[in-house]
Design a protein around this ligand. Sequence first.
Ligand SMILES: C[S@@+](CC[C@H](N)C(=O)[O-])C[C@H]1O[C@@H](n2cnc3c(N)ncnc32)[C@H](O)[C@@H]1O
Length: 242
Amino acid sequence: MNHDPQDDGRDQPDVNEDATPRHRRIRSFVTRAGRVSPGQQRAIDDLGPRYVVPYAPQPGDWNALFGRQAPRVLEIGFGMGATTAEIAAARPGDDFIGVEVHEPGVGALLKLIGEQGLGNIRILQHDAVEVLEHMIAPGSLDGVHIYFPDPWHKARHHKRRLIQPKFVALLVSRMKPGGYMHLATDWQNYAEQMLEVLSAEPALENTADGYAPRPDFRPVTKFERRGLRLGHGVWDLMFRRR
Ligand SMILES: C[S@@+](CC[C@H](N)C(=O)[O-])C[C@H]1O[C@@H](n2cnc3c(N)ncnc32)[C@H](O)[C@@H]1O
């Protein structure tokens, strides 16, 4: 997956802002009509009914949806889902709610779920902000993963970045005390913003002195490996809710 979808050298139109001023919200993504492959479509048709949770503006009954009560981690923007599947396979005792708006990504993760028989993932194809606001109960998450969120390079697009004080406060409100928030980015300017915003949130404490070492459970992605070979940096952040 291209980690820099906005970096095409052209100005992006300010799309995706709700037309009614009362509900105007700047979103962290642009809806792209990505091509769904036949394999992804098959996975959506066959496995979607079981693993995709329809968005509804009310708290989900997650114990019923997973069929058990287990530590619960929310991942925002899983892209094509390779990291999500790898972590879920390595941590069968934990449950993972993956949120992604991009349809081919949803199909790709469903395909991995089917191929690997992963029972501990559920998918929501919807804006993570609304999912957090309405479907995730306060104080219910054991962990939050956000890996390589869109960096929105241009200064005038920084308002679209996910990691901002208000959004982090919303995330924290959904976490259990002691729950962890793990972020990673390959864009230094965004890493600095993440560190500043998370450090300023009174309910969070940094588990490291600044940036954290990559925890063993987060696999190095193909994209990241290539970047590292080219000398690009990757920054992990690991905070805990007090
Ligand atoms: C740059 S990609 C990174 C994907 C993946 N985490 C990885 O490491 O390869 C960021 C993803 O976040 C998704 N995304 C951005 N904002 C989102 C939001 N508010 N709700 C759900 N998904 C979002 C985008 O659709 C995109 O697929």
